[in-house]
Design a protein around this ligand. Sequence first.
Ligand code: TRP
Length: 396
Amino acid sequence: MTISTLTVAGTTTPETTSPATTSPAATTSSGPDTRTTTATLVADDATDATFRRAQQRSERIEADLRVDPTAYRVVTGDRPTGDLHLGHYIGTLANRVRLQNAGVPVTVVIADYQVITDRERPGPLRDRVRALVADYLAAGLDPRRTAIFPHSAVPALNQLLLPFLSLVSVAELHRNPTVKAESLASRRTLSALMLTYPVHQAADILCCQGTLVPVGKDQLPHIELARVIARRFNDRYGHVFGEPEALLSSAPVVLGVDGAKMSKTRGNTIPLGADEDQTTAAIRAARTDGLRRITFDPLSRPSVANLLTIVGALTGREPARIADEIGDGGASALKAVAAEVINESLRDLRARRRELLADPGYLDEVLLDGTARASAAAGEALERVRVAMGMDYFGG
Ligand code: TRP
């Protein structure tokens, strides 16, 4: 599998709303004067350095996990904004299943309140959440091992938000590049919820004693904030929280059929729930180029490289080798291979997904069970917070 140095922004989000750029300078610089340019360079360098550090750290964590899979507790999550697609499968779902199967404790939070950071209403949550759970289970998450719960169902989690908010400044929140980018993309006035959602997310993570968060590059600022919150809380009130770390995915970037990042809003996805004919049609309509000879060249032939990347990720083979095999077959041969590999790889998942969706009672049970487990963990975390802060003064 190709190890990419870039992970798609928002690979953990069912409907991606984050724009391609997460550079802080991109949203603040307004002109080409040298001061801004220097600031841009400095900011990009800082982001790159942070990214490289996170990558190195992730490699060490993977090595730790091979020795002791219970050395970390993974917390991860998605906003229920739409159906999961192939980009999620390759980018995050497969990784969660891998961690779970390796024996790492995993908790998945369905971040329903986070949906309204960039829109007015949460939308048809019941159907979306059930579909999300069906996708998780169909992909291989096992509800006996992995707790899956909706954020809104765990009040103790939300109560952590108040003390956490006291530990960060408004200026710090305004500096978060991902929040800036998402706010810009939403074309709406920055709401207080959008500004503070990384604090919410810190509560998601810390309420379940999460110490490891598998993320794409865009989420690194949020993990950093969660670390800051844990550290400041401990400094002020005594040790309660471990500092969570980011686990950067080594999965390749998956583009949509139009060559832009795969995202529901762009309508360029291969949904996990699509049938085989729809998948084949979408791949057949995918953008490629006119060159007969198929080569793996992500920079000059991104759309062709993307199909090869998808095939490579799903088969565990090198994209360049696949390109060699297709050789002079041109785009039509490449597309035939891609459609077949995708349909083949998703066949069992899709069958399970259909069965699961036909049994909404079971999906709700999975959520209820996950909620009970998350509530117990969050209740404990909140109790420790209250004791540490002296909030347990009432009632003996
Ligand atoms: N913010 C994440 C996203 O946009 C979703 C999320 C919510 C999350 N809570 C989390 C991710 C906790 C990891 C851990 O996709």
